[in-house]
Design a protein around this ligand. Structure first.
Ligand SMILES: Cc1ncc(C[n+]2csc(CCOP(=O)(O)OP(=O)(O)O)c2C)c(N)n1
Length: 321
């Protein structure tokens, strides 16, 4: 079981990774921008701490935190964001489609809600193979009205699949407030399928870990899915594109209030200062190493742009096959 220092390490790694990635967006090393996970780190850290290495997750467009918390290499993840050959997916996945099957990351996913069906499928295959591996799917409040998520919940409940549905309710889908998009309640959707659901404080890593551990135990025992609505707040932009466009969908005062409870500070208060200092230093060293790795890594060769698209291979136009 993860202790307080382990959780602090994960929250801190995600926070600093995201801050470095934002700097690299600003300097043009990461092209196309990112969806920062700053403020929501407790959810990835707490849920993934409840999992075994052979359990799997599926993620979202805001997925860096999930990928890191499940154990992907931050160095190769940063190279992936920068589109380098040395990245987790040879630079082809990028920010919104990073995957690392070896550590159970069955992909971030830019299609809102879609990764739930992948998690349900993974859980079903585990069950059929006689394994007790669990699948977690992360998604935002914006996904709760997507048909594919509701279909995945129905299937998971019907077949008692070992899936945990983790809704990261940060109160916004891009610039739309959840109360302007969602009739009824989020947990009520799970109730309609007979899935036990709980609304929890998604800013506290230990609260998330406790709830996720219960859900994992239930899934592993064959008792089926659980739904966790984690109440959280996005501290930064929906997407780094907002830095230049500056849409006004929430006031500065509202953001300041939302940032008052910071998962990093909540977890830091539980860890002795000397331990924190050592962890912080290790993370800065690791991220320095990651940035040097990115700088030294080649850009992909354009002639390979179509590699990996089809199992049978496909050549660029003008090719011979
Ligand atoms: C099916 C689909 N519709 C629309 C979009 C465009 N889109 C990208 S992110 C986003 C908002 C998602 O909000 P939420 O699920 O709450 O996640 P958050 O961004 O708050 O983490 C939308 C609508 C998309 N990627 N996929």
């Amino acid at each position: 079981m993860a202790d307080s220092a382990d959780l602090y390490r994960t929250v801190r790694l995600i926070r600093r990774f995201e801050q470095r990635a934002i700097e690299m967006v600003r300097s043009g090393v990461i092209v196309g921008g990112i969806h920062p996970y700053i403020g929501e780190e407790a959810i990835a850290a707490g849920v993934c701490a409840a999992l075994r290495p052979d359990d799997v997750i599926t993620s979202t467009h805001r997925g860096h935190g999930h990928v890191l918390a499940k154990g992907a290499d931050p160095v190769r993840m940063l190279a992936e964001l920068a589109g380098r050959e040395t990245g987790l997916n040879s630079g082809r996945g990028g920010s919104m489609h990073a995957a690392d099957v070896g550590v159970g990351v069955y992909g971030a996913n830019a299609i809102v809600g879609a990764s739930a069906a992948i998690a349900a499928g993974a859980a079903w295959s585990h069950r059929r193979a006689g394994h007790d591996r669990v699948a977690v799917t992360f998604f935002g409040d914006g996904a709760v009205n997507q048909g594919v998520l509701l279909e995945a919940m129905n299937l998971a409940s019907l077949r008692r699949l070992p899936v945990i549905f983790v809704c990261e309710n940060n109160q916004f889908a891009t610039s739309m407030r959840v109360q302007d998009t969602t009739a009824g309640s989020i947990t009520g959707r799970a109730g309609a399928f007979g899935i036990p659901a709980q609304s929890i404080d998604g800013m506290d890593p230990e609260t998330v870990l406790t709830a996720a551990s219960r859900a994992v135990a239930r899934a592993r025992a064959g008792d089926g899915p659980t739904f966790l609505e984690c109440l959280t707040y996005r501290f930064d932009a929906h997407h780094t594109w907002e830095y230049s466009v500056r849409p006004r969908y929430r006031t500065d005062e509202e953001v300041a209030t939302g940032r008052e409870r910071d998962p990093l500070e909540i977890q830091a208060a539980r860890v002795p200062e000397a331990v924190r200092a050592r962890i912080d230093e290790e993370i800065e060293d690791l991220l320095d190493q990651a940035q040097r790795f990115v700088d030294a890594s080649p850009e992909p060769d354009p002639s390979g742009a179509l590699d990996f698209l089809y199992a049978g291979g496909l050549r660029a136009r003008g090719g011979t096959a």
